[in-house]
Write a new protein. Structure first.
Length: 506
């Protein structure tokens, strides 16, 4: 009963963690990797009687292993005084944590993490979706028997790897030296190719080619079984963690892979083939640009049934936008603003509040539009998020950025952060958002804000603050003179950018 359900593996890394990495252009990053050799064959189990296998005779074991019955008798721990015969039935028992046992992955992850901590890695340096993205000169990721590092100081990286190698050997976890990567500008980790020049995390080319060929073969034949399709879908989903909007393609395929019997090959429906064909041709976009900066701006969105939609924004420093954006997808975190006298009282909420040094009144209204149709609240909230994304992407200079967006609808936040939803009313809007993000190479970072702290709450109710504009100063120049000055400025700006481009490429 105690082994019925194991705990979640601690500090487990996956490709989604790579998206939080930020490498500056032309900044040297030293990448390293260590792989424990046959991890599940070396981790000794404290109790052996629970890992018994189906019974066999000594003769069957002798035939399979090539050892004599007498040699095998030395490994029988509870034998009687009478000699063992070839027909004696025995129960093989694993002395290590066996692969496939529900606790084995949890134990292996804990052992590898403990070895890293013993080697000097700080607990806040681990990549994990359950924690804030690490900051500093060292980042470590652990996935069962794989350990990888990102260092900005080569001396620190060299010392850490030497310490980890000795700790792994001391703990009885020998490494595979042929898979070692030591302080290189690129490496292969978790099936992904990572590099600092250009800063990117991409699916491994060999695996991507096999997946692409498999999808093309499936589209040509139009037939597959649920189990076989599920295996190919699992690899595609693993790479989709690098660019979550690609998840929005899948819906009917999930229904098919759950059908019974699992191994019967049938003709696929047109809707399933359509989703696979779209996913197939989106494979080149399954990568993460690790050089994207946060746009120095906070954006909030909201929607309310009686009126419509509201979007508010506040230009800020890149450091503040980064700090807010790093709260995305963290369980229980939410943001608050400085309390104002006319604001409603703050409600107590579960989770960890983070105070932003701004006031709601400092936000400017970008959109305050009345809804033209009636719909469910989640549908309106999703459309409000879509309006915020469209407003951000109205200018090409905002492309190739990370966006910190505040939203007070947790259902929409979860669907957009996940990349897909099964709710029919929201699915189409989430796909629209995903298409915009994929086309512009942008990363959406959604952060929960309570309704009473949402700066977009007032414009979603149709309440707009009066903005006093200063009259434009023309200094006595005519319209033609101002137009000529503007053309001259654009002319010099164009040739300055052209000279910069030529100097960069010649």
């Amino acid at each position: 009963d105690q082994a019925h359900k194991p705990p979640a593996p601690m500090l487990l890394a996956n490709p989604a963690c790579f998206v939080d990495l930020h490498f500056k252009n032309n900044e040297p990053v030293f990448m390293s990797k260590r792989d424990v050799q046959t991890c599940f064959d070396v981790l000794a189990a404290p109790v052996h009687e629970w890992f018994g296998k189906p019974p066999l005779t000594l003769q069957e074991l002798s035939t399979a292993s090539g050892a004599s019955v007498q040699d095998l008798s030395f490994y029988v721990t509870d034998k009687s005084d009478s000699p063992l015969q070839a027909s004696t039935t025995v129960f093989p028992v694993s002395t290590v944590w066996p692969m496939g046992f529900s606790w084995s992955s949890c134990v292996a992850q804990a052992c590898t993490v403990a070895s890293c901590i013993e080697a000097g890695v700080q607990e806040d340096s681990f990549l994990s979706m359950d924690r804030m993205p690490p900051q500093g000169e060292e980042i470590c990721g652990v996935a069962t028997d794989d350990t990888f590092f990102f260092h900005w100081c080569p001396k620190l990286g060299k010392d850490r790897l030497e310490a980890l190698d000795s700790v792994l050997m001391k703990n009885g976890m020998p490494k595979r030296e042929d898979k070692d990567v030591t302080l290189q500008p690129s490496m292969l980790a978790l099936g992904c190719e990572l590099s600092c020049s250009p800063p990117a995390a991409e699916p491994a080319s060999p695996k991507l080619v096999i997946l692409f060929a498999g999808w093309l073969d499936l589209l040509a034949t139009g037939r597959a079984g649920p189990a076989g399709l599920n295996r190919a879908l699992g690899l595609d989903q693993w790479f989709c963690l690098l660019n979550r909007p690609a998840f929005s393609v899948f819906d009917n395929v999930y229904v098919f892979v759950r059908k019974e019997p699992q191994h019967t090959v049938v003709t696929l429906d047109r809707c399933v083939l359509t989703e696979i064909s779209v996913a197939c041709f989106l494979l080149p976009l399954l990568g993460a640009d690790l050089g994207r900066d946060f746009l120095p701006q906070l954006v909030a969105c909201d929607a309310l049934q009686p009126f419509g939609f509201g979007v508010a924004y506040k230009p800020c420093s890149a450091e503040l936008a980064t700090a807010v954006g790093q709260l995305a997808e963290r369980r229980g975190d939410f943001v608050q603003f400085y309390h104002e006298p006319e604001a409603p009282p703050v409600r107590h909420r579960l989770g960890v509040p983070h105070k932003i040094p701004l006031k709601q009144s400092e936000f400017r209204i970008a959109v305050s539009s009345k809804a033209r149709w009636k719909a469910h609240a989640s549908h309106l909230e999703a459309h409000g998020l879509l309006l915020a994304i469209k407003w951000l992407l109205r200018s090409p200079k905002n492309f190739h950025h990370r966006f910190a967006v505040l939203i007070d609808a947790k259902a929409v936040l979860g669907a957009a952060a996940k990349g897909r939803t099964s709710a029919p009313g929201v699915r189409r809007t989430i796909r629209h958002i995903g298409a915009l993000l994929l086309a512009t190479n942008c990363l959406l970072r959604l952060v929960y804000v309570p309704s009473e702290h949402n700066p977009a709450d007032a414009p979603s109710r149709g309440l707009r603050r009066v903005r006093r504009r200063k009259p434009k100063q023309h200094h006595g120049r005519s319209r033609a003179e101002r137009a000529l000055d503007d053309k001259i400025k654009r002319f010099y700006k164009y040739w300055a950018s052209m000279d910069e481009m030529l100097a960069r490429h010649l």
